[in-house]
Design a protein around this ligand. Structure first.
Ligand SMILES: CC(C)(COP(=O)(O)OP(=O)(O)OC[C@H]1O[C@@H](n2cnc3c(N)ncnc32)[C@H](O)[C@@H]1OP(=O)(O)O)[C@@H](O)C(=O)NCCC(=O)NCCS
Length: 285
């Protein structure tokens, strides 16, 4: 008799999970899996079919208010057997008593499943990519410098205002892995933007970038991209953030694929896509 079981993700599952991730061509790395497990050890799951691992899903809770579901993957040989749905239902059952709102950034394939589980559309976004960012040849004079320990409080305030809830532990963990993290300062030395670019399996990932205006985000993004000449970069941008979209086009990025932000429950802390210039990742918001 065939059996499906959902169980907790353990450290020994990294190899399976990352091989599945590679098989579907996603950009995360072992560092990302380790970050999910460090952030939510009780909320990362493996689906087993006849005792063999066949699927993954992660959850990330922010401030006991909002949670993200990510890394919903089912091995191609095991798809269309209800495993994706079972993983989602397991994540929802885990999250419902803990948060008021569950969110995710869906691929068109995933959306078909999320619709049937009651998720509603919030806003659209796109993955943009380039193999060769186009930057001005002349040296740039920007009020941009490395993000340091002393900047944490200002970054948290900026991020929580834009994202809707505090996601600090996850943001901080992003700077553990090989990454470049910068801030932009106003003439009065206030933090007006922050951003990170980190290594992915297929491309560098630009994000998160959060700022109050394109005037602050633009120089910061150019400085992040400047360090990666002739390298592949992915950048996920809310369609509503037209300043970021125009900048991506000017820097030579091309649209790669559409995604849609969806939510289940009460969307009490929606955040502001006009101030999100780059996602932290579709798997974490
Ligand atoms: C999306 C995914 C997780 C679905 O997993 P799955 O185990 O095949 O899904 P299920 O068998 O539970 O199917 C649930 C529903 O999803 C939808 N669905 C699943 N695969 C589909 C496909 N290839 N085309 C259209 N709809 C599909 C259907 O609505 C299906 O309902 P049904 O049972 O009435 O057919 C899987 O296809 C996958 O890993 N895809 C690649 C990664 C990805 O896109 N993940 C989603 C990230 S947001």
């Amino acid at each position: 008799m065939r059996s499906l079981r959902i169980r907790l993700f353990q450290k020994t599952d990294f190899v399976f999970a990352d091989s599945l991730r590679a098989l579907v061509g996603w950009n995360q790395t072992k560092n990302d899996w380790m970050r999910f497990l460090a952030h939510q050890p009780d909320g990362c799951f493996i689906a087993e079919w006849d005792g063999q691992p066949v699927g993954t899903a992660t959850t990330t809770i922010y401030e006991d208010k909002v949670a993200w579901i990510g890394m919903v993957l089912v091995h191609p040989n095991a798809q269309r057997r209800g495993i994706g749905r079972a993983l989602l239902e397991h994540c929802i059952a885990f999250l419902k008593p803990r948060v008021a709102c569950i969110k995710l950034d869906a691929t068109p394939l995933g959306k078909a499943l999320y619709d049937t589980l009651g998720f509603r559309d919030e806003w659209t976004l796109k993955r943009w990519g380039t193999d060769h960012a186009e930057l001005p040849a002349t040296p740039m004079q920007y009020r941009v410098r490395r993000w340091q320990e002393g900047d944490h409080e200002a970054i948290q305030v900026l991020d929580a205002d834009a994202f809707g809830v505090l996601r600090w532990p996850m943001m901080h963990r992003l700077t553990w892995q090989p990454s470049r993290a910068l801030i932009h300062l106003t003439p009065k030395q206030r933090v007006s933007a922050f951003g990170v670019v980190r290594k992915g399996a297929r491309a560098h990932y630009l994000g998160p970038v959060v700022a109050n205006s394109i005037a602050a985000a633009g120089p910061l993004i150019k400085s992040l991209v400047l360090a990666l000449p002739n390298e592949r970069i992915f950048w996920d941008i809310p369609d509503a953030n037209t300043g970021a979209v125009e900048l991506a086009q000017r820097l030579g990025f091309q649209p790669q694929r559409p995604l849609i932000r969806m939510f289940l429950g009460e969307n009490k802390w929606p955040g502001d896509p006009q101030r999100i210039f780059a996602l932290a990742g579709p798997e974490i918001g």
